[in-house]
Design a protein around this ligand. Structure first.
Ligand SMILES: [Zn+2]
Ligand SMILES: [Zn+2]
Length: 250
C-alpha cells in the first residue's frame, strides 16, 4: 500500500498541485518546470556554473591545486591574514550575485533554501569542518539590522547543518562603515572596516575554533578584521565560509 502511495498517488497529487499553483523561480520569477524545485532551469544551470572549481584554501580566489605552495596561491603568497583558512560555495557571478543582493537588500529571505543547499554541499568536505566550535555570522551594525529587520549572514548560519557547532552572535559591529563594494582598493577597504568590530562582555571565544559566515568575500578585509577581533578575544583558530568569492585578484 505504501509503495502504491509513494509511486503513484504522490506524483499525481504533486502534478495536480503544480497545475493549480504553478511554481515560480525564486530568483527570476519565471515559471519552473515540474521537475525543477525552487529555481527555473536557466537559474539552476547558471548557478551550477558558478559552483565548484578549485580555489585557494587560504584566500578563496580561483587557484589550481598544483599552483599552491604551503596552501597559498601566487596571489596571496605574500599577504598577511588573521584567519586560518576559507571555504566558498562559488564565485560571485550571475545568478548567485542577484540572489545574494535580493536576499540582503530586498527582503527575499526565502532564498535561504538555496543558500542552505550551497552551504551544506560545500562545507562538510572542508578540512576544518569537524573542528568548528562556533559559527559566527559577520555582524551588521544595529541600525542596519533595525532598518533591514534581519542580519542576512545570521539567516545563512541558521541553515548550516553541523553535528555539534552552535551559532554565536557575540561578535558585534560597533560603527557603521561604507559599502565595501563601492571602495576601489584593498587599502581603502581595510581602512573602512578597521576597528569596526568588538566582542560582547562575557563572550566564550577564548580557545575556540570559529567559522565566520559571510555572503561575499572580495578583498577579504571584513573577514580579516573580524578574525583579528576574535583572535584578540583569545580564539584559537578562525576560518570563514562564504557563499561566493570574487575570483579576480581583489
Ligand atoms: Zn530563474
Ligand atoms: Zn590564495
Amino acid at each position: 500500500m505504501r509503495i502504491f502511495a509513494d509511486k503513484i498517488y504522490k506524483p499525481v497529487i504533486d502534478g495536480f498541485n503544480h497545475l493549480l499553483w504553478p511554481s515560480v523561480c525564486l530568483n527570476c520569477s519565471q515559471r519552473t518546470a515540474e521537475a525543477d524545485k525552487f529555481l527555473c532551469r536557466d537559474c539552476w544551470d547558471g548557478l551550477s556554473e558558478s559552483l565548484g572549481g578549485d580555489y585557494c584554501p587560504t584566500c578563496g580566489r580561483d587557484a589550481t591545486r598544483y599552483g599552491l605552495v604551503n596552501n597559498r596561491c601566487p596571489n596571496c603568497i605574500n599577504e598577511q591574514f588573521h584567519f586560518d583558512g576559507i571555504a566558498r560555495a562559488g564565485i560571485y557571478t550571475s545568478p548567485i550575485r542577484e540572489m545574494i543582493l535580493a536576499f540582503k537588500l530586498s527582503d527575499k529571505t526565502e532564498l535561504d533554501i538555496i543558500f542552505s543547499l550551497l552551504a551544506n554541499s560545500a562545507l562538510p568536505s572542508v578540512e576544518f569542518f569537524d573542528s568548528i566550535d562556533y559559527f559566527v555570522p559577520v555582524p551588521v551594525h544595529w541600525t542596519t539590522r533595525i532598518v533591514r529587520g534581519y542580519n542576512h549572514t545570521q539567516l545563512i548560519a541558521k541553515k548550516i547543518e553541523h553535528p555539534t557547532a552552535k551559532i554565536n552572535t557575540d561578535l558585534v559591529k560597533i560603527r557603521q562603515t561604507k559599502d565595501q563594494t563601492l571602495l576601489a582598493s584593498p587599502k581603502k577597504r581595510a581602512a573602512n572596516v578597521r576597528d569596526a568590530f568588538a566582542v560582547r562582555d562575557g563572550h566564550d571565544f577564548a580557545g575556540k575554533k570559529i567559522c565566520l559566515i559571510d555572503d561575499i568575500k572580495t578583498s577579504g578585509a571584513t573577514i580579516n578584521e573580524c578574525a583579528k577581533t576574535l583572535k584578540q578575544a583569545g580564539a584559537k583558530k578562525i576560518y570563514a565560509f562564504v557563499l561566493s568569492s570574487a575570483s579576480r585578484n581583489l
